[in-house]
Design a protein around this ligand. Structure first.
Ligand code: FAD
Length: 323
């Protein structure tokens, strides 16, 4: 067994953007190991998506095609990937840690008498995969020693989707043997997410506010800083849960994933559910009165102090600098 195989995710012909983060992870792992990286895209009529990925540095892109893969079901995905992985015989199978992957990948790994090393936040030589335990209080190292492929899913924002190396890849089609009778799941109507009026994922600068702001009446303080910087305003979950800002401005595991050039976190502690949504930011500045706040671990610049003193002074300085 050798090589790295990345399983990409699409729905109705649209990529899940975390697929490209997984692709970067796969390419970097393959480079470390000195082996080839390939990718899989699966569904019904995914040829054009496969061609799109053929401009990436991959040995090949395998398009798994079957009418029973049109709508997602865990049974069909496990059965199809079981066959494709056996044929490709990779040493590592990499997934983006999406909701869909959480649903089917452990069952797939079990077919290979293995487990899924899930929600990985870093890879070191070895290779060693790092995942968090106890709500992010501990980092644990995992190394795969058993025979058979090692299955790994990558946490959102761990690798940059725009860092996938370009190249050329051959496109191969794989037709799995699937039988409708073996699929126990009956896909229902898709859950419709509320229409988002703010696309934070495209914002180059974000000022994000957390519970440190204290009360809804204080939000304009941070709003003014965002305005001065020409930034989008975002928030941690408690702010949106309280209705102080609309839900569509929430960043994190149950909100939006953002990767701006600058993320300014104001009065945000840095809980893991928040970090997964913003750690892909190029530069992070944190303002927090607690010097031990976990946000400082991901911050490039940290200001330990009272936001009610620092934010108005910063707004004033930005406005003065702009003239
Ligand atoms: P806190 O953790 O209360 O932190 C407030 C911070 O403000 C503290 O660090 C404090 O030192 C600082 N502070 C207080 N006063 C001042 C001051 N005057 N000046 C400067 N600093 C000050 N959270 C998200 O953000 N996004 C999600 O998508 C999300 N999804 C979740 C999903 C699940 C299933 C669960 C269980 C939780 C989720 N959470 C999410 C919640 C998450 O666990 C945290 O509770 C939340 O992120 C904390 O928000 P916070 O940092 O604003 O508040």
């Amino acid at each position: 067994m050798s090589g790295v195989l990345v399983v990409m995710e699409q729905r109705d012909g649209n990529w899940n953007r975390m697929s490209f983060e997984a692709l970067t992870a796969g390419q970097q792992l393959a480079a470390k190991l000195g082996v080839e990286c390939s990718a899989i895209v699966m569904g019904d009529g995914v040829g054009s998506l496969a061609v799109e990925v053929s401009s990436k540095k991959l040995a090949k892109i395998i398009a798994i095609e079957h009418t029973l893969l049109k709508a997602y079901t865990s049974d069909a995905y496990v059965a199809a990937l079981d066959q494709a992985v056996k044929q490709a015989a990779p040493a590592y199978v990499i997934f983006p840690h999406t909701y869909q992957v959480r649903d089917f990948a452990p069952a797939l790994a079990t077919r290979f008498r293995s487990v899924l090393i899930s929600d990985v936040i870093a890879m070191h030589d070895g290779p060693v995969f790092v995942r968090q335990l106890l709500q992010g209080k501990l980092n644990a190292d995992y190394r795969h020693t058993a025979a058979g492929p090692c299955f790994v899913s990558i946490q959102a924002g761990t690798f940059r989707g725009d860092a996938v190396e370009a190249g050329t890849a051959a496109v191969e089609t794989f037709a799995p043997t699937l039988d409708a009778a073996q699929i126990r799941n009956k896909p229902g109507e898709l859950f419709r997410e509320s229409a988002q009026t703010v696309d934070l994922s495209a914002a180059p600068v974000i000022v994000s506010v957390g519970r440190g702001i204290g009360e809804q009446e204080n939000i304009p303080l941070v709003e003014e800083l965002a305005k001065a910087l020409g930034a989008e305003l975002a928030a941690s979950r408690p702010i949106c849960d309280n209705g102080w800002l609309p839900m569509e401005r929430q960043v994190g595991s149950s909100g939006q994933t953002v990767s701006p050039k600058l993320y300014l976190a104001v009065g945000i502690s840095g809980a893991i559910q928040h970090l997964v949504g913003m750690k892909g930011s190029k530069t992070v500045i944190a303002i927090n009165k607690d010097e031990n706040a976990p946000i400082f671990e991901v911050a490039d610049y940290g200001v330990v102090g009272d936001l009610f003193v620092i934010v108005p002074a910063l707004t004033k300085a930005v406005l003065a600098a702009r003239g």
